[in-house]
Design a protein around this ligand. Structure first.
Ligand SMILES: C[S@@+](CC[C@H](N)C(=O)[O-])C[C@H]1O[C@@H](n2cnc3c(N)ncnc32)[C@H](O)[C@@H]1O
Length: 283
């Protein structure tokens, strides 16, 4: 079968799925081990039977709901490519707002020390570090999951940032020395509440790590715990930026008021949805 025929077979198989053609092109390129542009140049070439069957296996996995990023083993975030597998959450475009705001807050500053809580694939840290260049001193990137830390380390290495980003396991601030002063803390902790299951797809729940998704009864249990630990440990920081979920603005405001008086704000994404909080602390 020719490449173009296989592509047609794939799009027919995926039927009405959104992005069926793009997904098939990506899967075919992945099967052959070359980029999408080369796919078009080779449209009339015959495909070996083994590769045809491999492509069909990938199609089957996609049709069963497995995220494409896990099959391809990569996901783009903030213009950079990240290795991902089922040990980590697939980076979401809305999380780029954390990076944007973090860079705005750090504008004009040097020798920056940053803490990334719930680092997952290390997407936030790598994106920030890539932009800051030698203005960065160090990022401590932590996750409760040893598995996630392994993926994070792969990405740090692939992006040549081992000198700047230190990945280690920690349950929130458990392994963080309270003597450190951070210019910035970023946190994209799990925030899906038990009553908010309807906001995630069945495929997300089936394939992505549970410990990366659920944040207790109202979704904000981990943020509550983090704020409490910050206060108890007396951890000093200039900015704390965190992401929360759809319709959690009211509960987030209550929590922020409880721990940080009035020194915080809430930012919306491009769609006007409240997405992140920024705490400015003068301590
Ligand atoms: C929503 S994912 C975010 C991953 C990545 N930072 C991103 O933005 O795509 C949340 C991450 O927090 C981690 N996590 C969950 N509970 C934690 C805890 N108590 N302490 C540290 N990390 C935690 C999860 O393992 C997961 O990797």
């Amino acid at each position: 079968m020719q490449v173009k025929q296989l592509l047609k077979k794939g799009t027919d198989f995926l039927g009405n799925r959104r992005n069926a053609l793009l997904d098939c092109e990506l899967l075919l390129s992945f099967t052959f081990g070359f980029n999408r542009e080369k796919l078009m140049i080779n449209a009339d070439k015959d495909v070996e039977v083994e590769l045809e069957s491999l492509f069909e296996q990938y199609l089957q996995r996609v049709s069963e709901g497995e995220p494409l990023a896990y099959i391809l083993g990569e996901k783009e975030f903030y213009g950079l490519n990240f290795f991902v597998d089922k040990r980590v959450l697939i980076p979401r475009p809305e999380t780029e707002l954390i990076v944007e705001k973090a860079l705005e807050c750090m504008e004009g500053s040097r020798d920056l020390r940053i803490l990334d809580l719930g680092t997952g694939s290390c997407n936030i840290s790598v994106a920030i570090a890539t932009d800051l260049g030698d203005r960065l001193l160090q990022i401590d990137a932590v996750d409760i999951s040893e598995d996630a830390c392994e993926v994070a380390k792969i990405n740090v290495e692939q992006h040549g940032l081992s000198e700047y980003i230190h990945v280690f396991q920690s349950d929130l601030l458990e392994n963080i020395d309270s003597k450190h002063r951070y210019d910035l803390i970023v946190a994209n902790l799990p925030y899906i509440g038990e009553s908010k299951h309807r906001f995630i797809s069945a495929d997300t729940e089936k394939y992505e790590p549970k410990e990366a998704l659920f944040g207790g009864h109202d979704g904000l249990v981990l943020y509550n715990k983090l704020f409490q630990q910050i206060v108890e440990k007396g951890l000093c920081f200039n900015y704390l930026i965190g992401e929360f979920g759809f319709a959690q603005g009211y509960a987030a405001r209550e929590l922020l008021n409880k721990y940080f008086d009035q020194n915080w704000g809430i930012e919306v994404d491009l769609a006007g949805i409240e997405r992140i909080f920024i705490v400015k602390n003068a301590r």
